[in-house]
Ligand binder design. Structure first.
Ligand SMILES: Cc1cc2nc3c(=O)[nH]c(=O)nc-3n(C[C@H](O)[C@H](O)[C@H](O)COP(=O)(O)OP(=O)(O)OC[C@H]3O[C@@H](n4cnc5c(N)ncnc54)[C@H](O)[C@@H]3O)c2cc1C
Length: 402
């Protein structure tokens, strides 16, 4: 048995865990990150790709933003397509110059793992049988097995950054959490395609056959999604059937359509909205997907993980520097204000753009009116733009020493 100690034990090396680890490092706070998958698996996982302006600003201020700035694709607008026509929303013009950056989550994670390695602080991949214990005690413990040796890590605090299926949230005693949840009657079939993007900006398509989204990962790789039933077996979709469906939904009356290429990855993701409150139990703090999930239509998941850990890092810094606990006490409330606004936005984007299997002809006409209003009213476009590029942070970069 190896016995270790640290100030903050972090479960999970996704965006939340790695960002928190580096923010703490920059403030001289020690942490140990424990991840149950391999380094390669964590880096190769294809997931989010849209970074809000504030997330890019955070990465840059932390000194880990070079990749996002150099290889990321800055988008100052996006398209909403319905009834066969694309309508551009100029986000930068409507928000005083803000934009989003398309930079794959796997790239963000790789940059952060490299940064962690350079600090010399501890990060365990392929940890088995991870569990947390003694959450109410002054020194909670994380247990795990690594390279055949049992480890016991004593911590001042534990950060549960282990995603929706992790072990931290289920370790909180029954009755301590309230869960709010909505399961949608559809999912997304997502594709990674070797083809140059045929649009410089994202295209969100409303179509009577169902929603579709055109996105990209690089000048040579297109990322496409389309709505399918939530439990759709991927083998039901041959490549030819996928292209037929995508072109039927996405082709606009001016002839715009995605470029066809080799499909290198495809998977189906069900969609849900989920919030567990409070995001703290005693000495355990939940952050990112461990505490909340949004449907990906609003592109908020990774960005919420970043804003949670900014709030947590501020609180931990104040605790270690001044023994102040009020920001630890406020952690959940501060995060949840932003989380619920992102939930509302993600739900609105989802319900406005998708074809609901139990929706009526009235619902369809209401969606069209919603989209017509959105693309013809400056006020409506401004509202979408300011939420899409990211609402202002509740916590300043100064407060975490950046
Ligand atoms: C298939 C998929 C597609 C997505 N697409 C988009 C998108 O297009 N746009 C968008 O904004 N968001 C998307 N998301 C959401 C986005 O990826 C997440 O919001 C983001 O990854 C949250 O980061 P996180 O660090 O909180 O959680 P995660 O990225 O889930 O990281 C959690 C980490 O904890 C590890 N872990 C889990 N259990 C344990 C354990 N017991 N012990 C130790 N480690 C553990 C996991 O291996 C993982 O590395 C997608 C999510 C999924 C699942």
């Amino acid at each position: 048995m190896a016995r270790l100690n640290t100030q903050v034990g972090i479960v999970g090396a996704g965006p939340a865990g790695l960002l928190l680890a580096h923010l703490l490092h920059l403030n001289g706070i020690d942490s140990v990150v424990i991840e149950n998958r391999s380094r390669e698996h964590v880096i190769d996982r294809v997931r989010a790709g849209v970074l809000e302006q504030g997330t890019v600003d955070l990465l840059v201020a932390m000194g880990v933003g070079d990749g996002a700035l150099r290889r990321g694709l800055r988008h100052e607008g996006l398209y909403i397509s319905f009834k066969g026509r694309r309508h551009r929303i100029d986000m930068a013009e409507l928000t005083g110059g803000k934009a989003i950056t398309v930079y794959g989550q796997n790239e963000v994670v790789k940059d952060l793992i490299d940064a962690r390695a350079a600090t010399g602080r501890r990060l365990y991949f392929e940890a088995a049988h991870v569990s947390v214990d003694g959450l109410d005690a002054s020194q909670p413990i994380i247990r795990f097995e690594h390279d055949g040796t049992d480890h016991e890590l004593g911590c001042d605090f534990i950060a549960g950054c282990d995603g929706f299926h992790g072990i931290c949230r289920p370790s909180i005693p029954d009755g301590a959490l309230t869960v709010y949840e909505r399961i949608y009657p559809f999912g997304w079939l997502g594709l990674l395609v070797e083809a140059a993007p045929s649009s410089d900006e994202l295209v969100y398509t409303h179509h009577e056959r169902g929603f579709a989204l055109f996105s990209m990962r690089s000048p040579a790789v297109t990322r496409l999604y389309f709505q399918v039933p939530p439990d759709e077996p991927i083998q039901h979709w041959s490549d030819a059937a996928i292209w037929d469906e995508l072109l039927a939904r996405m082709t606009t009356s001016d002839g715009w359509k995605p470029n066809i290429g080799r499909i290198v990855q495809k998977s189906v993701t069900p969609m849900r909205s989920f919030v567990a409150t409070p995001m703290r139990h005693a000495r355990l703090f939940l952050a990112g997907d461990a505490a909340h999930i949004v449907p990906p239509t609003g592109a908020k998941g990774l960005n919420l993980a970043a804003s949670d850990v900014l709030v947590l890092a501020r609180a931990l810094k104040a605790f270690y520097e001044h023994r102040r606990e009020e920001w630890l006490d406020e952690y959940s409330d501060v995060c949840l204000r932003r989380v619920w606004k992102a939930q509302r936005f993600s739900w609105w984007m989802t319900s406005t753009l998708h074809h609901s299997p139990d929706g009526s002809a009235f619902d369809h006409q209401r969606q069209i009116a919603d989209l017509d209003y959105l693309t013809s009213s400056r006020a409506a476009m401004t509202s979408l733009a300011e939420q899409y590029v990211g609402l202002p942070a509740d916590v300043s970069l100064d407060s975490v020493g950046l």
